[in-house]
Design a protein around this ligand. Structure first.
Ligand code: PHE
Length: 337
């Protein structure tokens, strides 16, 4: 092959190349120790002296041109190799995994959040009160002196003679009233403890206390507040009724029923054929409780209520055994997403 044939042949080969390995082979073929161009260079010595400069220049020009092209090709092949490796490792982050398990709040917490949402939306603050209490906050300040028969309403876990696990969130009422001046509007959700254990009672359960203190607060205000709450939780058509009851810290005291959301009053299993479901205790804050907290009972009045969150959850989820909510079997929990 003469120079121009070598040139055309090489240009074609470089053009068609598509791997770094083939390029290396071509470079050896052209520029290696026994390569074509190396051979031509070596052959220069056999030419007549007057042809040497011209022939040498032509061979060298071709060598420079082909080396440049090879270098360019090398860069191109390298870029293609990177591109290819990136493309082959692409992970589609948008793809959906159907078995992806997403957690959710425990049913009792869902109920607590919903109730909180309602009351906070109506201007109540959320107040946190201790679970370990003194006898004073859990009983005495709530108008239950030592030896008062009302103590038997709640079987208490005592830690010492004076320290106990709160049996009711009502202790939060006292702590709030001691700390802040009326007007007051608060809810106090939390765990409470009683030595009680059967299918509808657990030694640990949850309550949400409500307290409103202001001038001219009446039983009608209590009814209005609880009616709004009942409709929010159980549906717009829900009605409520008050039954007379007794709590030492409220006077008068009431037990509050809601019309059955399941049968709307005609009688079913949920309401045990009565058409009504008992949901909470409430009443007008006893004068003695107010004055004990330094609030003048002639100037301020208030109402209080205590909702059992476990009970509301059991009613809403149609669960008849409170233990199910404590076992935390995920198969059970997933039924209440
Ligand atoms: N603390 C009462 C209970 O646990 C409920 C209650 C709260 C009643 C507030 C009246 C007012 O049974």
């Amino acid at each position: 092959m003469n120079l121009s044939e070598i040139r055309i042949d090489s240009l074609k080969k470089i053009e068609e190349l598509n791997s770094e390995r083939d390029l290396a082979a071509l470079k050896t073929y052209l520029f290696g120790k026994t390569g074509v161009l190396t051979g031509l260079m070596k052959g220069l010595k056999d030419l007549p002296p007057e042809q040497k400069p011209q022939a040498g220049k032509e061979i060298n020009d071709l060598r420079v041109e082909l080396m440049g092209l090879c270098e360019q090709k090398e860069k191109e092949l390298h870029r293609m190799a990177i591109e290819q490796s990136i493309n082959s490792q692409v992970i589609d982050l948008t793809i959906d995994r159907p078995d992806h398990a997403i957690g959710h709040a425990h049913p009792i917490n869902q109920v607590r959040r919903r109730l909180t949402e309602y009351f906070v939306g109506n201007g109540y603050i959320v107040y946190d009160s201790p679970e370990i209490e003194t006898d004073y906050y859990n009983f005495q300040a709530l108008n239950v002196p030592p030896d008062h028969p009302a103590r038997d309403m709640q079987d208490t876990f005592f830690i010492t003679d004076n320290i106990l696990l709160r049996t009711q969130t009502s202790s939060g009422q006292i702590r709030l009233m001691e700390k802040y001046k009326p007007p007051l509007k608060m809810i106090c959700p939390g765990r409470v403890f009683r030595n009680d254990d059967d299918s509808t009672h657990s030694p640990v359960f949850h309550q949400m206390e409500g307290l409103v203190i202001d001038k001219n607060v009446t039983l009608c205000d209590l009814k209005g507040a609880l009616e709004g709450f009942a409709k929010f939780i159980f549906g717009e058509e829900t009605r409520i009724r008050f039954r007379p009851s007794y709590f030492p810290f409220t006077e008068p005291s009431v037990e509050v029923d809601v019309s059955c959301f399941n049968c709307h009053g005609s009688g079913c299993r949920v309401c045990k054929n009565t058409g009504w479901i008992e949901i909470l205790g409430a009443g007008m804050v006893n004068r003695r409780v107010l004055s004990g907290c330094g609030i003048d009972p002639d100037e301020y009045h208030g109402f209080a209520f205590g909702v059992g969150l476990d009970r509301i959850t059991m009613i809403l989820c149609a669960i008849n055994d409170i233990k199910l909510m404590w076992e935390n079997d995920v198969r059970f929990l997933h039924m209440f997403k």
